[in-house]
Design a binder for this molecule. Structure first.
Ligand SMILES: Cc1cc2nc3c(=O)[nH]c(=O)nc-3n(C[C@H](O)[C@H](O)[C@H](O)COP(=O)(O)O)c2cc1C
Length: 203
């Protein structure tokens, strides 16, 4: 606990969960407290979280992913992504990887509280806090947004969301089935400029 940069530096998308891995309500409570400490436009705090543990509901959510993947998602990502990532995504979407996460937190935005233009910008800091807190507590996690865009009607119905609540992200949380390698990221200096775009931050 308490090593923020250690947690940030280890953040990886987990798509292989231990189906027997428990996520306690106490730990979830801490993750959600971290989430609601995020900044939001005009401090509107326009979020709501639906914690899905029920196996049948998780299987239904996962089945929608499989449908999307088989209907063309796979062909699309194959054109641009390296094979190991496509395989990993396939494991998550089509071979039960995501369904094995013992908890799915669906993050919704209250469209009555915040203007459309601020909606995503006000939700994702909370989502990121959730991911970091999950990592800090030793859990694996995965942020997804596709289902809440393409499968939005199904998600709405399944979770009994009122019209004013828009599902924006589904965060899968569980125990990783295997240790994750270090993340691969380009160094900050390679994407940072001094005063004007094009002037390297470091010379
Ligand atoms: C907005 C957003 C949407 C994402 N959607 C998915 C997704 O639908 N499925 C998935 O497996 N990973 C998803 N990811 C995770 C990314 O693939 C992952 O963060 C990225 O490839 C970096 O890889 P790493 O976490 O393994 O280091 C998403 C990440 C973000 C920020």
């Amino acid at each position: 606990m308490g090593d923020l940069f250690g947690v940030i530096g280890a953040q990886r998308a987990c798509r292989r969960f231990d189906p027997d891995g428990e996520v306690s309500d106490e730990d979830l409570g801490r993750m959600l407290e971290a989430a609601v400490h995020a900044p939001s436009a005009e401090n509107t705090q326009p979020w709501a979280f639906v914690v899905v543990r029920d196996a049948e509901a998780r299987a239904e959510l996962a089945a929608w992913w499989t449908e999307m993947w088989n209907a063309g998602g796979k062909d699309l990502v194959r054109q641009t992504l390296e094979k190991s990532l496509v395989d990993d995504l396939e494991h998550g979407f089509a071979r039960g990887g995501l369904a094995a996460a013992t908890v799915v937190v669906v993050v919704c935005a209250d469209t009555e509280k915040v203007h459309d233009v601020y909606l995503a910008a006000s939700i994702y800091p909370a989502v990121q806090n959730l991911l970091l807190a999950a990592g800090d507590l030793g859990y694996g996690s995965l942020l997804t947004t596709g289902l809440t865009l393409f499968g939005v009607d199904g998600v709405r119905q399944r979770l009994a969301l009122p019209d004013t609540m828009t599902p924006m992200a589904a965060v899968y949380i569980g125990r990783p089935a295997r240790a994750l390698a270090k993340p691969r990221r380009n160094p900050a200096a390679s994407v940072t400029y001094r005063e004007q775009f094009g002037t390297p931050w470091r010379t």
